[in-house]
Design a protein around this ligand. Structure first.
Ligand code: BES
Ligand code: ZN
Length: 463
């Protein structure tokens, strides 16, 4: 049952959906690629756009400089004793677009497209995360239009560096802890479960990135003159990579599984009840066989088990034609998804020592560390979770599910550690949104029902 104050807000959302979509398309036209310095000005423009858009619904917002791209912070809504206070987080930066030739349309000329599965909003950032971020803003706009005020106190907190590892985030949160502190953080950067089951993420995987440069001879060599006698660093690197998993799929880095919890029988049963269709999930991307550890269910492989993946490997001659070279260097980028209490820094040390131990004579390795974040576990006993679950279940054809998330959103843990705040992750993306890939899209249905969902969740949390 919805409260009398909610129904007119939902109607307003329905009648305003075309205008809301136009606003999102405007934001999507700004190429705010955070990792590439060439787009620094565009990140500023996206932040300015958000400040102006928040101002248009009465939010007192401003751009806050950081050593990298700016934060956008705004405040609105009633204050006072007993008035709930939520913080909403989203990120306005997007991933690079390459390979550009695989896009059917230019990534920053977004448009609505009809597909066999419905209307989609196509363009870089439509799902990750501009479309999702705007679901919350549009819910607030509708609330304000109908009631002249938001249902609770809201702090808006938008970041422009999420896709490049959030280098400014922790210092910013520490320096501005008083301003950012609220009762709970709401994050819209995750997905539905399957097609139409709303999902609240209760656990997130952490992430550790390592870049390796393996060096052997002092220069590139002729493979006829030196091949056979000289060590090839690509061979040494490949040999290391080949040994990172054993034949059962377990990762061989010493101590890697320290802090990996056993799933409770209760959670196992709950996940089994979700009826995850691994064949369909894999079939959609042209695969058929789960490649994780033996004796682990497919859903556990994505949500509750750690991984080690090679994200890139290069070296030697890769241009047109052929060159009989024995290169001096080989490179790889390797990342680990972490769960439970796994300690990213301890694993970094152990991984580096292990790699060194696997290298033959005359071969050296240099490491460059990338992001290191621990896995996140949400405090689901917080009554906000049951309120949100009920509110989402009213909007969607299926009741809301508590789920895991294989991706990493380190800020959820920062809210807990730095601000002592619980975080609730609710999002409306779909598995086929092509996040970080060419032809990213967000279903118009996700956008529309996402806005309605936030109106319902805000209503529920405010009562
Ligand atoms: N929105 C994603 C996280 C996500 C991925 C949620 C898949 C649901 C499904 C987020 O923007 C992201 O891509 N995070 C990065 C980590 C970051 C530290 C670079 C990731 O998970 O690789
Ligand atoms: Zn994201």
């Amino acid at each position: 049952m919805s409260a009398p104050s909610l129904d007119p807000v939902l109607s307003r959302i329905d009648s305003d959906i075309s205008a809301a979509t136009e606003r999102l398309l405007e934001l999507l036209r700004i190429p705010s690629i955070s990792t590439d310095p060439a787009y620094k000005g565009d990140c500023e423009t996206a932040a300015d756009w958000l400040v102006a858009d928040l101002a248009s619904i009465g939010v007192n917002a401003s751009k806050r400089p950081t050593p990298g791209h700016p934060m956008v912070v705004g405040h609105a809504g009633p204050k006072g004793e007993g008035v709930p206070h939520v913080l909403f987080y989203g990120h306005y930066d997007v991933q690079p677009v390459d390979p550009l030739n695989l896009w059917d349309k230019p990534p920053f000329a977004p448009e609505l497209q009809e597909t066999p599965k419905g209307t989609v909003i196509r363009g870089r950032g439509s799902s990750d995360d501009k479309g999702q971020l705007m679901t919350f803003v549009e819910a607030c706009r509708a609330w304000k239009a109908i009631h002249g005020e938001l249902p609770c106190r809201i702090t808006f907190f938008f970041e422009g560096e999420e896709e490049s590892g959030s280098p400014s985030l922790v210092p910013y949160m520490k320096e501005n802890a008083d301003e950012l502190k609220a009762d709970i953080a709401l994050i819209c950067d995750t997905g539905l479960f399957g097609e139409e089951t709303p999902a609240i993420v209760t656990m997130l995987r952490g992430l550790l990135g390592e870049e390796l440069t393996v060096k052997a001879a002092s220069k590139d060599l002729h493979s006829g003159m030196y091949g056979g006698i000289a060590m090839n660093p690509i061979r040494a690197l490949s040999n290391v990579i080949a040994q990172l998993h054993d034949e059962t799929g377990r990762i061989t880095v010493p101590g890697f599984y320290d802090g990996v919890p056993e799933l409770s029988d209760e959670l196992k049963a709950q996940w089994a009840g979700l009826g995850f269709d691994a064949s369909h999930f894999l079939g959609e991307v042209g695969l058929s066989v789960p490649a994780g550890e033996d004796s682990v269910t497919p859903l556990e492989m994505i949500w509750s088990r750690p991984t080690c993946e090679v994200n890139g490997i290069w070296g030697g001659y890769t241009g047109e034609g052929f060159k009989t070279v024995l290169p001096a260097e080989a490179h790889a980028k390797i990342s680990f998804r972490l769960v439970g209490q796994q300690d990213p820094l301890a694993i970094r040390e152990s991984f580096r020592a292990y790699v060194r131990s696997l290298l033959p004579a005359d071969v050296e390795v240099e490491f460059k560390g990338h992001g290191a974040s621990q896995a996140g576990q949400m405090e689901t006993s917080d009554p906000a979770f049951e309120k949100a679950r009920a509110a989402l279940s009213d909007e969607w054809p299926q009741p809301a599910a508590f789920v895991g998330c294989g991706g990493s959103i380190p800020i959820a843990g920062h809210f807990q550690k730095i601000l002592d705040m619980n975080a609730m992750l609710i999002g409306f993306g779909k598995d086929d949104d092509q996040l970080h890939s060419p032809n990213e899209k967000y279903d118009l249905n996700s956008f529309h029902k996402g806005i309605r969902s936030w109106a319902r969740v805000l209503d529920a949390l405010s009562r």
